[in-house]
Design a protein around this ligand. Sequence first.
Ligand code: IDP
Ligand code: MG
Length: 150
Amino acid sequence: MERTLIIVKPDGVERGLVSEVLGRFEKRGLKLVALKLMQIDRSLAEQHYAEHQGKGFYEDLVGYITSGPVVVSVFEGPSVIDAVRKTVGATKPAEAEPGTIRGDLGITIGRNLVHASDSIESSKKEVKLFFGDGGLISYGRSLDEWIVKE
Ligand code: IDP
Ligand code: MG
């Protein structure tokens, strides 16, 4: 079973879109295993976005993600990393498909509403960064047999 870290970025919180964004993943049947409202500080932003250090947009990106509260979550499910990235849509909202979060709710890359892990490796790193080692809740759902079947 895969896990993915999803962040509703400060614009999503400010615009009242937390339930709209996370609700899409809930309705899809993914299991919520961690959730918190928090303010990301510069040090955490630098660790989370280490891969982008040195790029032209890096300072704007750190400024954006630290500009207000965010909602950080972990969802679990089969093939959840790719499935969630598809629901999130292309990085540039103007190019994102209708039906995706960015395609329906965003228009520019500097305010693209949501982060989602892009690989198993980065999801492990990101879950640990935001929730530590024992920060996830493990539970069974009776509905799972009606949602998950290969
Ligand atoms: P992703 O969020 O779709 O995985 P990445 O390429 O990993 O996209 O970039 C991380 C974040 O950095 C983007 O979601 C966006 O907020 C910001 N970003 C990426 N490229 C640009 C850019 O060219 N200008 C401004 N912000 C950018
Ligand atoms: Mg990325």
